[in-house]
Design a protein around this ligand. Structure first.
Ligand code: TMP
Length: 230
C-alpha cells in the first residue's frame, strides 16, 4: 500500500436533503467509475468505509437511540444534547475514523462537526465558541478533507421527511429551528470555501449524484495524481 493517509469525506445538510441516498449512490459509483480498481492498481488502499454520526460505532448506536429514539417525559436539555453528540464523535474518531484513515481508507461519513455548529449552535442557540472547543476535544483536530453540503430549502426537506412517516426527536422540531440550521450551513459554507463544497440538492436525484461525482473526480485526481477512465 502506497498511501497511508486516507481521506475523510463528509455529507452535510438539513433533514430530507438526500444524504443517505447520495452516499449509497457514491459507493456504487466508486466501483463503476473505475476509481477503486485504479487506486488498487496504483498501490493505494482501495477500501471505502461508510459511516455516520451519530451512530457509527456500537456505543454510538446507543447514543443515537438516546438522542433520536423514543422520548421520555423529561425534555432533553440543550447542553445534554450537545454533550451526547460530542461523546458519540469522540468514540467515532478514536474507534473508527482515525484507525481507518491510518490504513489509507476513503471514509464517507454522514454528518460530522458542521452538524453540531448548525444544529446546536445556530438551531439551539448554544455558544459557538463552546461548540468549536468541544468539537476540537471530540475530534482531536481531525477535520474532513472535503465536506459536501447538500443545500436544500429547510421547508422542502422537512416536507419530504414528514411524507416518509414517523419523525425522530430532531425532525419534530419546528420549521423555524430547521431554517436556522439551514442558515448555519450556509454561513459555514461561506466561511470555509476550501473545505465545504455546495451541492444543489433541489435538483433531481441523478443530477445531484452527477454534481457530487464531478467534485469527487476532481478531488481524487488532485489527491492521487491520476485520472479514471471507464
Ligand atoms: P440523520 O443521521 O438521520 O440525519 O439524523 C441525525 C440527526 O441528528 C439530525 O437531525 C441531525 C442531528 N445532529 C445534530 O443535531 N448534531 C450533530 O452533531 C449531529 C452529528 C447530528
Amino acid at each position: 500500500m502506497k498511501e497511508k493517509q486516507g481521506r475523510l469525506i463528509v455529507f452535510e445538510g438539513v433533514e430530507g436533503s438526500g444524504k443517505s441516498t447520495q452516499l449509497r449512490r457514491l459507493q456504487q459509483w466508486f466501483i463503476d467509475s473505475g476509481w477503486q480498481r485504479l487506486l488498487n492498481a496504483a498501490g493505494h488502499c482501495p477500501r471505502l468505509i461508510l459511516t455516520r454520526e451519530p451512530g457509527g460505532t456500537e456505543l454510538g448506536s446507543r447514543i443515537r437511540q438516546l438522542l433520536l429514539g423514543d422520548q421520555t417525559q423529561e425534555p432533553m436539555q440543550d447542553r445534554a444534547e450537545l454533550l451526547l453528540y460530542a461523546a458519540d464523535r469522540a468514540q467515532h474518531v478514536d474507534g473508527l475514523l482515525k484507525p481507518g484513515l491510518a490504513e489509507g481508507a476513503i471514509i464517507l461519513c454522514d454528518r460530522y462537526t458542521d452538524s453540531t455548529v448548525a444544529y446546536q449552535g445556530y438551531g439551539r442557540g448554544l455558544d459557538l465558541d463552546l461548540i468549536h472547543r468541544l468539537n476540537q476535544i471530540a475530534t482531536r483536530g481531525l477535520e474532513s478533507d472535503l465536506t459536501l453540503w447538500l443545500d436544500l430549502d429547510a421547508a422542502v426537506g422537512l416536507a419530504r421527511t414528514r411524507q416518509r412517516g414517523t419523525c425522530d426527536r430532531m425532525e419534530q422540531a419546528d420549521l423555524a429551528f430547521h431554517q436556522r440550521v439551514q442558515q448555519g450551513f450556509a454561513i459555514l459554507a461561506q466561511t470555509y470555501p476550501q473545505r465545504i463544497v455546495r451541492i444543489d440538492a433541489s435538483r433531481p436525484e441523478f443530477e445531484v449524484a452527477g454534481q457530487i461525482q464531478t467534485v469527487l473526480s476532481q478531488r481524487f485526481e488532485a489527491w492521487y495524481g491520476m485520472k479514471a477512465r471507464r
